[in-house]
Design a protein around this ligand. Structure first.
Ligand SMILES: O=C(O)[C@@](O)(COP(=O)(O)O)[C@H](O)[C@H](O)COP(=O)(O)O
Ligand SMILES: [Mg+2]
Length: 415
């Protein structure tokens, strides 16, 4: 038997093994603690230690994490592969983002980043499509895909929702998108909305010659979500949307299994992410949440507007770069820029984060002075100008819908 204490979870000469998960944390120790004491407690409480000295069988320490690096307010912790149940994201998060976020030993702690090893990573499916949705499911291989949420976010009847969708699709939008809080309320039932929207979608495809689809929100209880995914597949839809943070990663993993069978792509909305990532020195970073989402298999995820829109963003460009990076063969993820976007912001947005993205505009389409159809055309025109490298003002001279949008919103960030 061996006695283990917090001090056994820190070794600044330790070299992590290739199959270990390495996590970076920003730590503000409690006033009576130094970084080493805090680091040892983080490694201990996020693996298999606790506050009291324990007498254990030697092999149990094989599951113990090690704080192996301290730089300023950053610590790095290595987790043995055997600590984790492969393929079980809630279990992984219960380790690396569990009780440690509430320990008195630290005043603040934030999970910043993870270095995912091959064995653990390969136990997750990753995305089915990733950015290849642009050419496999849509006709947007050489430009950002466009999406729009009918606004007001909820309250439209199914008829109104479907009419707005048709006007947006025929105006050049690729994807209709439900809002994060629209599911199966009495004023706009899921099943009616799904089938009637897809009927108009077919008409819009006929009319435009472009493939169109629908990010239908399947968020609900576990069983409801599977039923709604199955209904979306049966109705001929190519995508589903999930509020991944509020639904939870277990639900995302279940949905991913069914979408694999049905060949559907998953759009991840991140509503509630700010509860985890907004306070810069505490919580879980959006970068870490995006990493979890990629492993669990979403094809798109909202990552912000590089500070151009109405919502706070954390490092959109850095997160997008990671989503496009090689990760032991897992597919990439398409970043979705959304939140206060309108045509006037598109040139700067594309400058900052490129064209391998999705652009969602709700107010920026339906708030157009001439209505949804003109708003959709204006958004598409702004993207065509940005992709062609033509100055947007010059392009607006020959595109009246864009002209009207610029006259209304200019290049301002809404507040
Ligand atoms: O409800 C909204 O605010 C939106 O539909 C945008 O509407 P607008 O286009 O009308 O602004 C999206 O949910 C946010 O963009 C989500 O934030 P994020 O993308 O940062 O996760
Ligand atoms: Mg929304």
């Amino acid at each position: 038997m061996t006695g283990i204490t917090y001090e056994d979870f820190i070794d600044l000469d330790y070299e992590p093994a290739d199959d270990e998960l390495v996590c970076d944390f920003r730590v503000t120790p409690a006033s009576d603690m130094d970084m080493e004491s805090a680091g040892s407690r983080v490694a201990s409480e996020s693996s298999n230690g606790t506050w009291a000295e324990l007498q254990v069988e030697g092999s149990i320490t094989d599951l113990s994490a090690t704080c192996f690096d301290i730089q300023g307010d950053r610590i790095r912790v290595a987790y043995p592969d055997a600590l984790f149940e492969h393929g079980n994201m809630p279990q992984v998060l219960s380790c690396i983002a569990g009780n440690i976020l509430g320990m008195k030993a630290v005043e603040r702690i934030r999970l910043l980043d993870c270095d995912w090893p091959e064995p653990l990573t390969s136990s997750f499916p990753g995305p089915q499509y990733g950015t290849s949705v642009r050419s496999e499911l849509l006709d947007a291989a050489d430009r950002p895909i466009t999406a729009t949420v009918p606004k007001p976010k909820v309250g439209l009847s199914t008829d109104q929702h479907v009419q707005v969708a048709y006007e947006a699709w025929t105006g050049g939008i690729d994807l209709l998108k439900d809002d994060e809080n629209l599911t199966d309320q009495s004023f706009n039932r899921y099943e009616d909305r799904l089938y009637q929207s897809l009927e108009r979608r077919d008409e819009a495809e006929e009319e435009t010659g472009e493939r169109k689809s629908y990010l239908v929100n399947v968020t609900g209880t576990g069983d409801q979500m599977l039923e709604r995914v199955q209904m979306a597949a049966d109705a001929g839809c190519e995508f589903v949307m999930v509020d991944v943070v509020t639904a939870g990663w277990a639900a995302v993993q279940q949905v991913r299994e069914l979408t694999e069978e049905e060949g559907l792509a998953i759009h991840a909305h991140r509503a509630m992410h700010a509860a985890f990532d907004r306070v810069p020195d505490h919580g879980v970073s959006m970068r870490a949440l995006a990493q979890v989402a990629r492993l669990c298999g979403v094809d798109h995820i909202h990552t912000g507007t590089a500070d151009l829109g109405k919502l706070e963003n954390e490092d959109t460009a850095g997160i997008n770069e990671w989503l496009a990076s090689d990760l032991h063969g897992l597919k990439d993820v398409l970043p979705m820029a959304s939140g206060g976007l309108h045509p006037g912001l598109v040139p700067e947005l594309v400058d900052r984060i490129g064209t391998n993205i999705g652009i969602q505009a709700g107010g920026g389409v339906h708030g157009h002075p001439d209505g949804t159809h003109a708003g959709a055309k204006a958004l598409r025109q702004s993207i065509d100008a940005a992709v062609a490298g033509i100055d947007i003002e010059e392009y607006a001279d020959t595109h009246p819908e864009l002209r009207t949008a610029l006259d209304k919103w200019g290049t301002e960030t809404p507040r």
